[in-house]
Design a binder for this molecule. Structure first.
Ligand code: DQA
Length: 144
């Protein structure tokens, strides 16, 4: 099984970015943790991050052709703003899960507005790197 993991704006500076909210691990640390945890279950994952909304859309559009069986996405700030990413997600007909490191409901009011979230099977948030772990676990148990 091949899963595409996409990350949006500012996730490239995880580790140094608001460590009180996001922790001290980098996105690469999280990637290594997940890949180690799921390799034996036969789950391969490709991780990509961008600060550009259009690049995220291009990657989602290409996901089927690239042979991905599922998608885990942390759209980051685009979650709260992007109809274009929501539309792109609807066009990828495969299991999709949205994840967030932080519990956005404990934060600013504007983070409660989630434009992208309705395009995925569900949303897992507030568990740091375990948000990704739980999403992978779901896919591991529910896809063949
Ligand atoms: C985030 C939450 C978003 O509100 C924020 O803009 C991010 C990260 C998270 O993983 O907690 O950049 O998606």
């Amino acid at each position: 099984m091949k899963i595409l993991v996409l990350g949006g704006a500012n996730l490239n500076i995880l580790g140094s970015r608001q460590p009180d909210v996001y922790g001290s691990e980098t996105l690469e640390d999280i990637q290594n943790f997940i890949q180690k945890s799921f390799i034996e279950k036969g789950i391969e994952s490709v991780w990509r991050q961008t600060n550009a909304e259009s690049e995220l859309i291009d990657w989602i559009q290409a996901a089927k052709e690239e042979g991905f069986d599922g998608l885990i996405i942390n759209p980051a700030a685009f979650t709260h703003t992007s109809v274009a990413i929501y539309d792109a997600l609807l066009s990828f007909d495969a299991p999709k899960i949205e994840v967030h490191l932080s519990n956005t409901y404990k934060r600013e009011e504007f983070r409660k507005i989630k434009i992208t979230s309705g395009a995925s099977l569900g949303v897992i948030e507030g568990f740091g790197k375990y948000s990704y772990f739980l999403a992978f676990n779901y896919l591991a148990e529910n896809m063949n």
